[in-house]
Design a protein around this ligand. Sequence first.
Ligand SMILES: Nc1nc2c(ncn2[C@@H]2O[C@H](COP(=O)(O)OP(=O)(O)OP(=O)(O)O)[C@@H](O)[C@H]2O)c(=O)[nH]1
Ligand SMILES: [Zn+2]
Length: 395
Amino acid sequence: MDADDEIPTLVPHNNVPDAVPSSDDAAPAAKVPITIVTGYLGAGKTTLLNYILTEEHGKKIAVILNEFGDSIDIEKQLTVSEAHTTDARPVPFVPLANGCICCSVKDVGVAAIENLMEQRGAFDYILLETTGLADPGNIAPLFWLDDGLGSSIFLDGIVTLVDAKNVLRSLDEGYGDGPAGQQEHEHEDGHEGHGGPLLTTAHLQISHADVIIVNKTDLVSEQELAAVTTRIRSINGLAHIQTTTRTQVPQLEGLVLDLHAYDDVSAADLSFASKGHSHLDPSITTTTLPFPALSPPQIPLLDTFLRSILWDEALPTAHPHSAFEIHRLKGRVPVTDGRVLLVQGVRSTYDVTEGKTAVAGGEEEARLVLIGKGVAQEALRESLLEVLGGSGGDK
Ligand SMILES: Nc1nc2c(ncn2[C@@H]2O[C@H](COP(=O)(O)OP(=O)(O)OP(=O)(O)O)[C@@H](O)[C@H]2O)c(=O)[nH]1
Ligand SMILES: [Zn+2]
């Protein structure tokens, strides 16, 4: 009390408690969702953002353009006016329709965005447009990880725009016969030596997406469009796929805004992925590991398994397997005491939380869904069952 009285008060004193959440169970009141919008060059990211900013959505949205040294016209246009200087770095803002604002930052991070919020007051929503070359796997954990640390923003999800006319060619550029100057993915962490087909940027943007908007449907035939969506589904069995012309999504809610892709994991979320295991795309596939509900003592064993596959990119058991890397992971794991554990992962970052709605024990099968390169269902599942103590496996 004494300490509080000595701090100069900058805001009118009312009966609200401390505005800064001090621990993870502080009131989740003012967290602002952030959606990352990614997509290959020319796929329609700017068109989508303009569409959102002119639609009536009743939200005050901040649009942040992340430059990675690309010269993209929209970014030039949007960053010319009104420069506000902060103690940290100058952030140029441009006011847009609907009370939205736009700014451009070079190194996007939680601090940069919180800085922006301090200057401009609260937003209801943040859209982060990454340039065509960005790998969302590097960006997503920045916002997701800080969530538990009292940050005022949380990652809502990743929307990837795909150009229906060009995406198959972009995906096939990984096989060495693509045109010169292809945009190959270069692993920051040096995993290039795994062999096999290279991952293109298109692969990375699709594998990390929660919603995939297949745009420019006016430029392809129905057959071509079906081939595109089938290929995309085989890479990412978890994402919601929406086809559009000029990015005109039927509704924003659930497709671009308020995805909640990093909090709840429903059984329905995982059911798409479970319909089959496809090798249509030779680089990245989605695979499902079903296993029986866990008893409470098995919970740390699940953690052992996750740590091994995500941190070490290796199985914790002696099962022979080829190299793999996991980009995205979601799981729903009932426990025999009635709880449900929800598993979320991006690359090596993962999180296990308790679901809000319990199920009757044993009512539901546990499931991990993995999206990545070289994720062999059989070896992974056998290893998981062995780590869990061989319980209930079909051996
Ligand atoms: N035919 C057709 N053209 C489209 C569609 N959507 C967008 N475009 C056009 O495609 C071009 C690229 O769209 P943008 O929205 O600038 O794409 P972007 O992803 O922001 O592009 P970069 O910022 O360069 O990566 C523009 O000329 C758009 O008008 C569509 O559905 N059909
Ligand atoms: Zn753009």
